[in-house]
Design a binder for this molecule. Structure first.
Ligand code: SF4
Length: 154
């Protein structure tokens, strides 16, 4: 069966989420990420990025742009035991860096500067929630299930 194409509402949602990411970058908040990738190993940190529906659409586009139709399998036993994000490439870099979710941009890593101030990101989070409402899906989902769900739908 032929999979459905992205609807106009979904296209607008993608554009709005990308705009939110752009605005976050333009805030120019100090970051010192040295690529330790600990924040991409969810069992080590005890935290998993939670995605709104629009963020999941954008992340899934990143997966497709990388030439994949599904999420990569979770590699080695060590990776599985650390809860390594399936989007962390073997080169130690995020395979969807430009489309990575909001939580991956505002992560809590102390070495990189800790959480962004809540007051700074609250307005942007609210916009992501509004986009999700327009998509008719206000649930937030853990990264893997959020992205898999979009990839399976389309
Ligand atoms: S999406 Fe990218 S930045 Fe976010 S946890 Fe996965 S690999 Fe890390």
């Amino acid at each position: 069966m032929r999979k459905s194409r992205m609807s106009e509402v979904q296209r607008q949602a993608v554009a709005e989420v990308e705009e939110v990411y752009r605005e976050l970058e333009e805030l120019g908040l100090a970051r010192n990420c040295v690529g330790r990738t600990r924040c991409c190993r969810f069992r080590l940190t005890g935290r998993t990025p939670m995605l709104t529906a629009g963020e999941a659409l954008v992340a899934a586009r990143g997966v497709r742009a990388a030439g994949r139709k599904t999420l990569p399998e979770s590699g080695t036993a060590a990776a599985a035991s650390e809860g390594t994000c399936p989007l962390l490439g073997q080169d130690g870099r995020c395979s969807i860096y430009l489309q990575r979710p909001f939580g991956c941009r505002t992560h809590f890593c102390e070495a990189a500067g800790g959480n962004y101030p809540r007051s700074v990101v609250r307005r942007l989070i609210h916009r992501l929630e509004e986009v999700a409402e327009r998509l008719g899906d206000s649930d937030v989902r853990a990264l893997e299930s959020a992205v898999s769900r979009v990839l399976q739908e389309r």
